[in-house]
Write a new protein. Structure first.
Length: 318
């Protein structure tokens, strides 16, 4: 019954779009109006701030050559995916929600952009986090292999290859008749989330164990200058890995409402109009916060980037 209702609206809402509108007409109620207004306000504030933060990360890293490290390069790739969310998805979401609030109608082009590119951008973030976590694993647990084999160019090629594969897969699925089903998206999202989460947990456990072993070794062995230098490098790599783990954890927290909303939707536990016009918009607001939170965590955890940021702010003031 629920699918039949959704299918009936496909011919009524935005019939000129190349995709079917898997939604219901917006009904103005006190609850939906409040939620729609709140989501517009939240994203209206967070969107420009997120754009400014992520552009600032690019500027403060690129302006100092000593910050052009493998780790910072991979983080800039993640920053780019955050920019995509803040510059493409959030404006489309705001326009879509604003049209509903003002007229109760559908802004078809923003709906198309939000629907098609949101899944793609979020997937890019997951793929990037998964590849960065692998890079961090090699840096901490295979340091000699990492120093001999891993370069900025190779990291970028691997991440770009992951982006390309995900883009081809995502858009091919999105514009196929099979991929229009929300259930397919839920399954694919669950697989990608599970893989990234298990990978993160595995790296965190290994990192915790090796950190404790190294701390015990330091207390019993006198360090030479070379050993001290290697220890300092290991500490930097370990801190960088912890930074990625914190970012990944924050990403999962922001994504959790969307995942829970999808489960509730598939279980048909709540009415479709409540899911589509109340719960999902609030969940998407939480998801978009990743673009706002990630650069803050990165700058907070990186002393060199903070130093570059201070120099940059002093330069702009002068």
């Amino acid at each position: 019954m629920r699918n039949a209702t959704l299918n009936e609206t496909n011919s009524l809402l935005c019939p000129h779009l190349p995709i079917r509108v898997t939604s219901l007409p917006y009904r103005s109620t006190p609850t939906t109006q409040i939620v729609t207004l709140v989501t517009c306000i939240i994203n209206g504030i967070s969107c420009p701030v997120a754009i400014m933060e992520n552009l600032l990360v690019f500027m403060v890293v690129l302006r100092r050559r000593n910050l052009w490290t493998v780790f910072n390069t991979s983080v800039l790739c993640l920053t780019f995916t955050d920019l995509l969310i803040a510059m493409i998805i959030q404006p489309a979401f705001i326009a879509y929600q604003t049209e509903k609030y003002i007229s109760g109608g559908y802004a078809c082009v923003p709906y198309f952009i939000k629907t098609v590119f949101e899944f793609w951008c979020v997937g890019l973030s997951f793929v990037t986090l998964a590849l960065i976590t692998l890079e961090r694993y090699v840096a901490v647990f295979k340091p000699f292999l990492y120093r001999d084999s891993v370069t900025r160019v190779r990291v970028m090629l691997v991440i770009f290859s992951g982006w390309l594969l995900w883009s081809v897969f995502s858009f091919t699925l999105r514009f196929s008749s099979f991929g229009m089903k929300l259930k397919v998206y839920s399954i694919l999202s669950s697989i990608l989330i599970t893989f990234t989460l298990l990978e993160t947990i595995f790296v965190y456990i290994r990192l915790y164990k090796i950190t404790r072993i190294k701390d015990r070794a330091v207390t019993h062995v006198s360090n030479t200058s070379e050993q001290g230098q290697n220890r300092a490098i290991d500490d930097l790599e370990t801190k960088a890995t912890k930074t990625i783990l914190i970012i990944t954890g924050a990403f999962f927290l922001c994504f959790m409402p969307t995942l829970c909303a999808s489960i509730v939707h598939q279980a048909a536990a709540v009415k479709d109009d409540v899911i589509l016009h109340v719960i999902y918009p609030l969940a998407e607001c939480a998801l978009f916060l990743t673009a706002l939170v990630n650069p803050v965590i990165y700058v907070w955890r990186n002393a060199s980037v903070r130093s570059s940021l201070k120099e940059f702010t002093k330069f702009t003031r002068n």
